[in-house]
Design a protein around this ligand. Structure first.
Ligand SMILES: C[S@@+](CC[C@H](N)C(=O)[O-])C[C@H]1O[C@@H](n2cnc3c(N)ncnc32)[C@H](O)[C@@H]1O
Length: 292
């Protein structure tokens, strides 16, 4: 079943009968796409490891600007494709791609399809959403027979750039005091992403096939302060949006200085930005093909 292609001008972003997304959903698609190639790559790797599926219905959770949606559309051109995201800015950019998809503005923590997708794909979104213990089994239960959940997510909690952000929040205020409101620091210190064996134990009882792995990609990035450019439009958004203007200024002065020291340019001008990710593929009973 294939839906009529949605042109950029006709593109409508639907607010489904779902809980409205949380307020901090403002993203900057243009700056996000500065590293489009590197951000697309884990989705390509994940797609390469999927079992032989022929889904007629695919959901791209946290679709953003549609980087992964495009790969899904190329691999399964006849499938009914839905992109779900809580950011209007990102969905508007996705709609401009002209991909034959429906775009739904919703919070993935609460969104539930009224149908049974054959594939739920979630690229670089689950680390923003807590309660994996409940959410991931819930997503498996939404799949049709033999359906597949495939996701990748950064595992950045122990990365130097993240630790530096926590440190500056903790001690970057006047006289070494904390910066910003307590709930912000608490939220940033939370650890949504769990060790891989946790995901196996969580999902194995519901899945016939399960494949989980980690990667560390030595990303080579370019620019004056490319690590800051990368994280400031994704992981650091809650900090930059959650601080008052004066606290934000104070945070940025310290954070940018530390990041430059931590990630100095190589002799050729490139910057090395190691990046860890978790990949997970889980298939529910009812399908014939095995994971390769
Ligand atoms: C790092 S981007 C990934 C976008 C895309 N999947 C990709 O691979 O380029 C994360 C996306 O997740 C979305 N997002 C974050 N939390 C979300 C939530 N609770 N519900 C829906 N979307 C969410 C953001 O709006 C953003 O577009």
């Amino acid at each position: 079943m294939r839906r009529a292609a949605t042109t950029a001008t006709e593109a409508r972003i639907m607010h489904r009968d779902q809980v409205e997304p949380a307020s901090d959903t403002c993203w900057d698609p243009e700056r996000y796409l500065q590293f489009a190639g590197l951000r697309r790559r884990p989705s390509e790797e994940l797609l390469d490891r999927l079992p032989a599926l022929s889904p007629t219905s695919i959901v791209d959770l946290g679709c953003g600007t549609g980087l992964a949606t495009q790969l899904l559309a190329e691999k399964w051109p006849d499938a009914d494709l839905v992109g779900v995201d809580s950011s209007r800015q990102m969905l508007e950019e996705a709609a401009r791609t002209g991909l034959p998809a429906r775009w739904i503005c919703a919070d993935v923590a609460h969104w539930q399809p009224a149908w049974r997708p054959g594939l739920i794909f979630a690229a670089a979104v689950m680390h923003f959403v807590g309660e994996h213990r409940l959410l991931l089994p819930h997503l498996l239960r939404q799949l049709g027979p033999g359906g597949c959940l495939a996701l990748h997510m950064p595992d950045w909690r122990d990365a130097p750039w993240y630790q530096i952000a926590l440190d500056v929040l903790e001690t970057g205020g006047p006289a070494g005091r904390p910066l910003g409101p307590d709930p912000l620091r608490t939220a940033m210190a939370e650890r949504n992403v769990q060790p891989v064996d946790h995901y196996y134990r969580l999902l194995a009882p519901l899945a016939t096939e399960i494949d989980i792995w980690e990667s560390s990609h030595l990303q080579v990035v370019h620019g004056d302060n490319p690590v800051f450019d990368w994280v400031s439009v994704s992981a650091l958004r809650p900090v930059l949006n959650g601080l008052s203007p004066s606290c934000r200024q104070r945070f940025l002065e310290q954070y940018i200085r530390h990041i430059r020291e931590q990630y100095p340019p190589e002799r050729n001008g490139a910057t090395l930005f190691p990046f860890r990710r978790i990949f997970l593929v889980a298939r529910v009973p009812g399908g014939a093909a095995a994971l390769h």
